[in-house]
Design a protein around this ligand. Structure first.
Ligand code: 4NP
Length: 170
């Protein structure tokens, strides 16, 4: 049991359009890294979609297969991003610019803008700006997503060790 004075965990929310391909992959991949590094009581993860297209659905089976081939089991059921997520989470990681804009549309005052970042901001190897939507493409798209997410998740985890809270932007 954690002590009453324990630092609360950092709460991460990964967001894409449908919450069945990219954001659940980011969530499960990050959980895998967090467990491997013994950080499970320090960082927690969830994911959501900006759309309601797939509410309640499990992760896409093509993504589940691609992730399993890398030893990452996929769990979860899709849900839609909601305004209360701004309060509950410390970091909100958008997979692409459309997701980023759709999230910020729900925060017209810009009160939570500092919490919302593009996932690829944390890549240290790839120069990609966004994690491309693999839904209508072939199997190689899912592997490309996993490569990018592995890069971004590792970068984000390193960033959180020194900067656990997002800074309000100037
Ligand atoms: P995701 O992929 O945003 O990475 O979960 C998609 C899933 C479903 C759809 C689009 C993208 N869709 O149009 O149903």
């Amino acid at each position: 049991m954690s002590s009453p004075n324990a630092t609360p965990p950092i709460k991460l929310l990964f967001v894409c359009l449908g919450n069945i391909c990219r954001s659940p992959a980011a969530e499960n991949l990050m959980n895998h890294l967090i467990e491997a590094q013994g950080l499970s009581d320090r960082i927690t993860c969830d994911s959501a979609g900006t759309s309601g297209y797939h509410i309640g659905d499990p992760p896409d089976r093509r993504m589940t297969l691609a992730a399993r081939q890398r030893g990452i089991p996929m769990q979860g059921a899709a849900r839609q991003f909601q305004r209360s997520d701004f309060e509950h989470f410390d970091w909100i990681l958008a997979m692409d610019e459309d997701n980023y804009d759709d999230i910020l549309r729900l925060d017209p005052q810009g009160q939570y803008r500092h919490k919302v970042r593009l996932m690829c901001d944390f890549c240290t190897h790839s120069k990609a700006r966004s994690v491309p939507d693999p839904y209508y493409g072939g199997p190689e798209g899912f592997n490309k997503v996993l490569d990018l997410l592995a890069d971004a998740c590792e970068g984000l985890l390193t960033h959180l060790q020194t900067s656990p809270e997002p800074l309000p932007r100037a």
